[in-house]
Design a protein around this ligand. Structure first.
Ligand SMILES: [Zn+2]
Length: 138
């Protein structure tokens, strides 16, 4: 008898809720600092560039390029047993921040550094969606 073990699901908190609210609406939301006009990620309470507390949520383009990736063959968490091998990728977004996500819609051996990507959103729970990336169309 086999038992399917679910992948861990992110739990939004007070600080990250706007990111996950955006994802539910298929919008990639990032924090932007009004004081120094810069974007930041991961989610923070203060700007990592100028330490201002005036971070505002804005919708990002969702476009980026593949900076690097690793292919996971080992099952580090039993929830991912049916997913190996899968990629864990770093994507440089047009806004100038780097995000870790899976690239989907392309075989792992077809991943290429610098390829153009766009965000898509995948349900990972009843109320949680997370961004993933696929090769950009057009
Ligand atoms: Zn700033």
């Amino acid at each position: 008898m086999s038992q399917t073990i679910a992948k861990p699901i992110p739990v939004p908190d007070e600080i990250t809720a706007p990111f996950f609210d955006g994802a539910r609406a298929s919008k990639l939301m990032l924090q932007h600092c009004a004081a120094c006009d810069s974007w930041s990620f991961p989610v923070r309470e203060r700007c990592p560039h100028c330490f201002s507390g005036t971070l505002q949520w804005r919708q990002a383009s969702g476009r980026g390029t593949l900076y690097t990736f690793a292919i996971m063959h080992q099952v580090m968490n039993p929830g991912f047993a049916s997913s190996v091998p899968y990629n864990v990728s770093q994507i440089d977004l047009e806004e100038g921040v780097r995000m870790v996500a899976n690239v989907v819609g392309v075989a792992n051996d077809a991943l290429r550094i610098g390829m153009k990507l766009e965000a898509i959103f995948e349900d990972v729970g009843e109320t949680v969606r997370i961004p993933k990336f696929r090769p950009a169309v057009g």
